[in-house]
Design a binder for this molecule. Structure first.
Ligand code: C5P
Length: 285
């Protein structure tokens, strides 16, 4: 086998809570994650010449600053293979810096793909630990689906999948600095915490309305007033078109709405596309 292709699915936070600052500078997280059908495609090809070459359709760094590249480096380090030659082709569809784990998902897809390309040289679970060295969301992205993520994001508990539904994603134009947003959390004492246990119970019960009621992201409260206005306007459009609930994902700025009917989700997507270039109609995977 010389080549493998992996889909790298986007992730949404059904809930996101920050429980406090840790002594290592990271934050203690409590999140419910869901992967959705919007995906990048990662194709890995073995090369005879040593070194990693990354090419893609997006303006992204082509070196270790790109999580896909960093993941391949960490994989070969783990194998102790200093002569490995690899070509990574990255076909991006997930918006960059959107709060939907595009980079982490690409990194996880590289790890899964290399594991196949190198004929499973170690147990699959090791990818989780290699991924944790690449980024906090990478361990979740190795498995995807529906899971609660705690600790730095690496303590994973699988959950039942969302009942069949449609998720409309809308990414407004502004970008948010992740470290700056975490700092805002550290200095804010009026946070509205999401109901993480209620979300888990709703998933176990397979109750889509209860899932919609429990959606929540602690970061929404520490955005600037102008950012909050944009988020509120997207949420209002989603809800006017019949979303059962809507919420920001990750550190934003992507907002998503949860729909039980495809027709309503399509209408919402059509309306949002009048004002925003990055709107996607997806479903859980
Ligand atoms: O691990 P990752 O590189 O994705 O983290 C990016 C930044 O997000 C970190 O430098 C840190 O500022 C913040 N972060 C955090 N606590 C986490 C995850 C990320 O403070 N659990």
């Amino acid at each position: 086998m010389k080549q493998v292709t992996e889909a790298a699915y986007a992730k949404l936070n059904l809930t996101l809570d920050v429980r406090g600052l840790r002594s290592d500078g990271y934050h203690e997280m409590d999140m419910v994650m869901q992967s959705v059908s919007l995906c990048d495609t990662v194709t890995l090809t073995r090369r005879d010449t040593p070194g990693i070459v990354l090419q893609g359709n997006a303006k992204l760094p082509k070196d270790e600053r790109n999580l896909a590249y960093a993941a391949a480096l960490r994989f070969f380090e783990y194998l102790g293979d200093t002569q490995a030659g690899l070509h990574i082709a990255l076909e991006k569809r997930i918006p960059v810096c959107a709060g939907t784990a595009g980079g982490s998902s690409d990194a996880a897809a590289v790890l899964r793909g290399l594991h196949r390309l190198y004929h499973a040289p170690f147990p699959l679970e090791v990818l989780h630990d290699i991924g944790a060295r690449v980024g906090s969301d990478v361990p979740y992205c190795v498995y995807g689906k529906t899971a609660r993520a705690q600790g730095r994001g690496e303590i994973l508990s699988p959950l039942p999948s969302l009942p069949p539904c449609f998720l409309v994603l809308c990414k407004p134009a502004f970008s948010i600095s992740t470290p700056a947003l975490f700092h805002q959390i550290d200095v804010c004492n009026t946070l509205r915490r999401p109901a993480t246990d209620a979300m888990c119970a709703a998933l176990v019960a397979g109750d889509l309305s209860a899932v919609a009621d429990a959606l929540g992201n602690v970061f929404e409260a520490v955005l600037t007033p102008s950012q909050q206005k944009t988020i509120a306007s997207i949420r209002a459009t989603l809800c006017q078109e019949g979303a059962l609930g809507a919420c920001m994902s990750g550190t934003g700025p992507t907002v998503f709405g949860l729909f039980d009917a495809e027709s309503a989700a399509t209408r919402a997507a059509v309306r949002l596309r009048q004002n925003y270039p990055n709107v996607f109609l997806t479903h859980p995977v």
